[in-house]
Design a protein around this ligand. Sequence first.
Ligand code: HEC
Ligand code: HEC
Length: 176
Amino acid sequence: MVMKNRIWAMVAGIAWLLVNSGYVLAGAPNTDFAAVTNIKYAKECGACHLAYQPGLLPERSWRKVMENLHDHFGDNAELPTADQPVLLEYLVNNSAERANYKRSAQMLHSIRKVDTPVRISQVPYFIREHREVANRVRGNEKIKSLGQCELCHQKANEGSYAENEIRVLGAESWND
Ligand code: HEC
Ligand code: HEC
């Protein structure tokens, strides 16, 4: 009986680890991040750049971004007053903590608890994944920042960043 309990404890432990590291998913979606579903968000926050998937950043990061829209990376991105809380709520409800997606979990767990990045491109997991390409495109006029996901990820607007959908600067594929 004792033996049996130990085995169950082990199974539960392994399951917990898998869930926590983001490898087990409810519904096993075939994109990396939950696609944007809010039309107002897609319109307002997609006016100047890709409407970033809320699951790319933790809640605390979105709160910080939304509190500073008047001074948004050098731009004024202020919203009509009525839209502000609605979009914040959408971001919070779908932030990396709440999104049951593997890449959201990887982004989230790579950030130190004391940090609140306001750029996706400053998240440690992102930096690790883009180290090589960042070197390759340095100084390239067409790619001003790695925040322009859609320049390389053909299906970024669907939340899909799979390796076989990457095209960097007209190359056939990333590995060519
Ligand atoms: C008026 C244009 C404009 C609007 C509207 C706008 N942004 Fe931005 N956003 C920018 C600019 C400019 C940058 C910085 C680009 C750069 O330096 O890479 C940026 C960068 C960002 C980044 C960081 C990307 C990265 O990882 O480098 C996030 C996150 C972001 N915006 C979220 C939002 C959200 C959420 C909204 C809607 C509330 C929004 N933006 C609306 C202009 C805008
Ligand atoms: C200059 C081109 C470029 C830009 C811009 C870019 N990426 Fe990438 N991204 C890549 C390449 C290339 C890889 C593959 C890295 C490797 O495997 O060596 C990658 C990998 C990834 C991965 C891991 C995918 C996997 O299957 O391992 C994610 C997630 C990702 N990018 C998200 C983003 C997001 C979100 C943005 C915008 C905020 C972005 N990327 C901007 C080129 C880019």
